[in-house]
Design a protein around this ligand. Structure first.
Ligand SMILES: [Zn+2]
Length: 176
């Protein structure tokens, strides 16, 4: 990850410090196991064929179970242009709409995101969907092929719904 950060951000470090952004994703899989099987092997990713493999800090399942895959002090590859400063949350499912309509999953996803947002003092506008990555003020990448690259997961309309729900939650005790 240090080598990736040096190539893409000009920073020779794998450490995530003072994160400014939280990015919501969905796995495009039915199960957490399938997502894990994508992330776990130490091989180049299948889109850019680059190391380290893609990953996310958290997986949120349909029943509300949350698995942490990567420590919050480490960078990982989930959003081109933002991996230097973004925490990644993968919601297990096949579409924004499917996750938005799953009450248990949404309760867990929102509670996790709110806790992270309060703990790191991340503004609501910096809780974004992967599809909103290019308009983030924190987005940058030194590699031209990566500068306009994003994915379709969590568009603005669905993230506006997500952010509206998030804004109603209080900060959990101990995060203020
Ligand atoms: Zn994504």
């Amino acid at each position: 990850m240090s080598a990736y950060s040096l190539r893409h951000y000009g920073e020779d470090t794998h450490r995530l410090s003072d994160p400014h952004v939280i990015v919501e994703h969905y796995t495009e899989t039915r199960t957490a196991q399938e997502a894990w099987d994508t992330f776990a092997p130490d091989v180049p990713d299948n889109e850019f064929h680059e190391l380290p493999n893609t990953c996310a800090h958290f997986l949120v399942e349909g029943d509300g179970r949350i698995d942490q895959l990567v420590p919050l002090t480490e960078r990982c590859r989930h959003t081109t242009g933002l991996n230097w400063t973004a925490i990644g949350i993968e919601n297990v499912g096949l579409s924004d709409g499917e996750i938005l309509s799953d009450r248990a999953q949404m309760r867990a996803s929102l509670a996790l995101t709110r806790w992270l947002q309060c703990r790191y003092r991340i503004a609501l506008r910096n809780v974004i969907g992967h599809n909103e990555s290019l308009s983030s003020p924190y987005h940058h990448d030194r590699v031209p092929a990566f500068q306009h690259q994003t994915h379709s997961d969590w568009n603005r309309t669905d993230m506006n719904r997500y952010r509206a729900l998030l804004a109603r939650l209080p900060c959990p005790a101990g995060t203020d």
